[in-house]
Design a protein around this ligand. Structure first.
Ligand SMILES: Nc1ncnc2c1ncn2[C@@H]1O[C@H](COP(=O)(O)OP(=O)(O)OP(=O)(O)O)[C@@H](O)[C@H]1O
Length: 567
């Protein structure tokens, strides 16, 4: 426990409040535990104590008397070995030979000799400044390690000079504060670069390590005030800068995957923004394509390649299997479009449910037969007080054992058709001359009962529920690779229709192939809406993963579209 009466008490309180403030920016409980352990750990607090003690001596400006205590210790040890041994001399010799003492003396000497700065190479001779119009030259030496320098260069089209095009936020160049956008690059490590192409210079810089010396003519333009933006977006596509022919410098690009949350730190450039991946320890920003690039056809061709086979219909009423010819499901929303224009980023903000707020709607989706119904059934059984499902509407006759509002809401054909016209249904279909449908109001009813509503729909229905009212948490249930599918579903049976009869049958090879290709098509087309993907290989494991995830979303901070913040 931290002693708040110590000198570091204020800092400890500051660290504790920092932890609280940072909570919103953490993805997982592991991140939070890691930070908690680090900020509240003993090592950091001992360091703070050491720092506090050193502060006391600061005013006295202590200076080392010697710059080689190691030499003194060696001389002393030699002299002591020559004298008559006594317990004191033996103890002193033993102490001086201890690695801790030697390390301590070595650190003392490094500080005394001021050896902690990197050894910089001698300054290169100043170039002959024939260009009378240039009034100043700057020689900058940066120590480069494995980390890229964090700047891009280009040839200025009007002057032909090689100029610094961008300085990446948080990168080595940015942290040095010595090179600015617009500076003209004359030499790198004494080698003139003015007659070289940027493509020739980039490898020189990329492969150099240690001290890199730049001779630059500083830009005369007034430096614009840098405003760090705090915009968070969820990437809706995978991006690999190494495979991008358009990026000005591949190494300056930021690789990310669909679903990653990115912090946009600069939008000054119209086509290439600067961003960091949220939760990344690396503070150096990288280039990402801007939204403007989205409008370019090439960009869509390169990155947003969607395959468009029609996704398998979900069996919300357990009726829509492919071989059921008598059923025609008519979806109210989301006709298949041949051309999709998707946003490439979705602006998001952190959200944590308040206890008095309704639970988020949980949407389960996936290809026919993947196990959505089974997972939903298990969730309901696991906690019937907490989870619930909607009651569908039907125009078919009520059976003796059925109760109104339990299995179905029984309504007349006239009422059902009126409700269709009034857009009351999320989805509806016809089977053997009767209508079946799920209404938006039935979702609202479950939520109003302070329960988690589990809804199993086809992915194109999600758009109709994608609002601040429902804040849907969309789980995509995905089949495992085909060999695992064959193995795990050996004994599984599915419902199918034959001659107007519903029968059970085992999965066929065609069912598996359909399931996999349908899953792929769904992911390609709607993957940006899926907050969680669960691979249903081992059923028990898939269920545990789903249940744990649903518990977490009730208490943890998650990223939601910023439009959901406005009611
Ligand atoms: N991981 C699994 N391992 C073995 N069998 C499974 C697994 N997941 C589901 N099943 C079985 O597969 C069959 C189909 O599952 P389920 O009815 O839940 O599919 P579904 O996705 O709801 O499809 P539909 O939309 O056709 O109802 C059921 O018999 C179910 O028990």
């Amino acid at each position: 426990m931290i002693n708040s009466s110590s000198g570091s008490g204020g800092v400890c309180r500051l660290l504790a409040s920092l932890l609280y403030g940072l909570e919103y920016h953490m993805d997982t409980s592991e991140d939070s535990t890691f930070l908690q352990d680090m900020l509240m750990g003993n090592t950091l607090h001992l360091l703070i104590k050491v720092y506090d003690r050193l502060q006391k001596y600061r005013a006295q400006r202590p200076a080392p008397l010697l710059d080689s205590t190691q030499g003194l210790a060696q001389d002393l040890a030699e002299e002591l070995r020559g004298v008559v041994t006594s317990p004191e001399t033996t103890e002193l010799l033993h102490l001086l030979s201890k690695p801790h003492v030697q390390a301590f003396l070595s650190v003392h000497d490094m500080v005394a000799q001021k050896e902690f700065d990197p050894r910089l190479p001698p300054l290169p001779p100043l170039p002959d400044n024939d260009e009378k119009e240039e009034d100043s030259i700057k020689i900058v030496c940066l120590m480069k390690n494995q980390e890229p320098l964090g700047a891009t260069i280009k040839r200025d089209e009007s002057t032909g000079a090689i100029v610094v095009a961008r300085v990446l936020r948080g990168g080595a160049v940015d942290r040095s504060g010595l090179i600015r956008e617009g500076d003209k690059l004359k030499e790198v490590n004494g080698v003139p670069v003015e007659d070289k192409n940027p493509e020739e210079i980039i490898p020189i810089l990329a492969h150099s390590e240690g001290a890199v010396t730049f001779t630059v003519i500083p830009s005369t333009k007034e430096e614009p005030e840098t405003i760090e933006t705090k915009i968070f977006v969820r990437a809706l596509f995978d991006y690999d800068p190494q495979a991008d022919p358009a990026i000005p410098c591949k190494d300056a690009g930021l690789e990310f995957w669909r679903g990653d949350v990115l912090q946009i730190v600069s939008q000054e450039d119209d086509t290439w923004w600067q961003a960091r991946r949220h939760g990344d320890a690396n503070l150096r920003a990288g280039l990402i394509p801007s939204r403007q690039l989205q409008e370019s056809i090439d960009f869509n061709l390169i990155y947003l390649v969607f395959s468009l086979p029609t996704a398998g219909l979900r069996r919300s009423f357990r009726l829509s299997r492919k071989d059921n010819t008598s059923l025609q499901i008519r979806q109210k929303m989301g006709k298949e479009h041949a051309i999709i224009h998707l946003p490439i980023y979705q602006e998001v903000l952190p959200y944590r449910r308040n206890l008095e707020e309704p639970y988020r709607l949980v949407i389960l989706t996936g290809p026919v037969g993947v196990g959505v119904t089974e997972l939903k059934r298990r969730l309901l059984l696991s906690d019937p007080e907490h989870f619930s499902v909607t009651v569908p509407y039907t125009t078919r006759e009520q059976k003796k054992q059925e109760r109104e509002g339990v299995e179905y809401h029984f309504v007349s054909k006239h009422t059902f058709e009126k409700d269709i016209l009034n857009h009351k249904f999320l989805e509806y279909g016809e089977h053997k001359g009767n209508y079946y449908g799920t209404s938006l109001d039935s979702v609202r009813r479950v939520i109003a009962e302070s329960k988690v509503c589990l809804l199993d729909v086809e992915p194109h229905i999600i758009a109709a529920l994608y609002s601040s009212e429902f804040k849907p948490y969309v789980v995509f249930v995905k089949p495992p690779p085909i060999e695992r599918l064959r193995l795990s579903r050996r004994k599984a049976k599915v419902l199918a229709s034959q001659n107007e009869q519903t029968v059970t049958k085992i999965f066929t090879e065609e069912d598996f192939q359909d399931m996999i290709s349908s899953a792929q098509a769904m992911e390609n087309k709607y993957g940006h809406l899926f907050e969680k993907v669960i691979i249903n290989d081992d059923l028990a494991m898939a269920f545990t993963e789903l249940r744990d995830e649903l518990t977490k979303i009730e208490t943890e901070t998650r990223w939601i579209p910023n439009t959901w913040a406005h009611v």
